[in-house]
Design a protein around this ligand. Structure first.
Ligand code: ATP
Ligand code: MG
Length: 317
């Protein structure tokens, strides 16, 4: 069966919801935009669903996205554990990570090597000053920066958009202690350098990415997901120069594809979200699966069984 056919089988049996009562023994249930969490005293069972959020709104589901993201995040945690401790403890199911429960910093640490996406949109709209990060003059869309920059954002409550913020304001508002923030930024840059190198080995560019950090017994660790297609942008390295020179969009292997589709139909996070056609959902599922194959060096194989049922089998009582 072709990859697309395998993914198409999950268009309707997409994994968007759980009967949380059946997993209540794992901990206190909390629903994120993409994940279902079961929170215990020291650990969390993080179940990644197929839900797709863009502009901070859950819009649809992408077949098999949960398992693909989980696999990419797990591989990235394993490939960076020597430079930064992370929360991963165990992978009991393709959609699940059992992790150490941390006290999350109230910010997201976004590292960027290229000026694109929301930073480019901010620059064009004259809003990029909020980060208080110097950018070279006369910059063009998708231009590479000599050094990666950090453009933090707040971590908003459900339903509120994450807001850009600067290091200075984070400290001024006492959101994070200075020593902790400096360490988080240092770790983020080290993780990013490793992510860039691993992507380059696969002919990809890690364009930008978002990290979340948390404290466990005073130790700063990286949490949530890293270097996935949801938290990062990836471009095709071999096509970058020509496309940039021609002023064309880059070949994207990430969620920006759907953001561009949404912007194309006039949606940017406000008002009623558009209906997303199955073909568009499948295209994105294929993009995610191809990224899995490129980064992990092995194809993603869509499961034969229903994801929910297998979750109850593995994690249920
Ligand atoms: N090790 C951890 N300890 C505590 N919290 C964590 C840990 N790892 C991830 N989280 C939190 O779990 C949630 C993951 O769920 P998900 O990705 O669905 O949420 P989100 O869409 O990013 O945000 P929200 O929770 O606001 O909907 C995030 O709020 C993240 O900060
Ligand atoms: Mg998240």
């Amino acid at each position: 069966m072709s990859l697309r056919d395998g993914l198409a089988r999950h268009l309707r049996s997409h994994f968007v919801d759980l009967d949380t009562d059946r997993l209540a023994h794992l901990g206190t249930h909390r629903r994120g935009k993409v994940r279902e969490l079961f929170v215990g005293d020291d650990e969390i069972w993080m179940i990644t669903t197929d839900r797709l959020s863009a502009f901070d709104v859950v819009l649809t589901s992408i077949p098999c996205k949960g398992a693909i993201l989980n696999a990419i995040a797990v591989a990235a945690f394993e490939a960076t554990a020597d430079i930064c401790p992370n929360h991963l403890l165990e992978v009991p199911h393709p959609n699940v990570m059992r992790v150490r429960r941390a006290d999350p910093l109230p910010i997201e640490v976004v590292v960027r090597r290229y000026v694109t996406g929301s930073l480019w949109r901010d620059l064009e709209a004259g809003r990029a000053g909020v980060y208080e990060v110097p950018l070279p003059a006369g910059i063009r869309r998708d231009q590479r920066l000599d050094q990666p920059i950090i453009t933090p954002s707040t971590k908003a409550e459900v339903g509120i958009h994450d807001e850009p913020i600067s290091r200075r304001v984070i400290l001024e508002q006492g959101m994070v202690e200075e020593a902790v923030l400096d360490r988080a930024f240092e770790l983020a840059l080290a993780l990013f350098a490793r992510g860039e190198a691993l992507a380059a080995e696969r002919g990809l560019i890690l364009v930008d990415t978002k990290y979340e950090f948390g404290l466990v017994d005073g130790e700063l660790i990286v949490i949530d997901e890293i270097h996935t297609a949801d938290s990062s942008r990836y471009w095709e390295a071999s096509e970058y120069e020509a496309r940039f020179a021609a002023g064309e969009s880059q070949k994207m292997l990430d969620k920006e594809n759907i953001r561009q589709w949404l912007i194309g139909v006039g949606y940017q996070g406000e008002g009623t979200p558009p209906e997303i056609p199955d073909a568009v959902r499948l295209d994105l599922a294929e993009t995610y699966a191809r990224l899995h194959e490129r980064l992990l060096g092995r194809p993603f194989v869509p499961p034969a069984e229903d994801v929910r049922e297998s979750l109850y089998t593995v994690l249920g009582r």
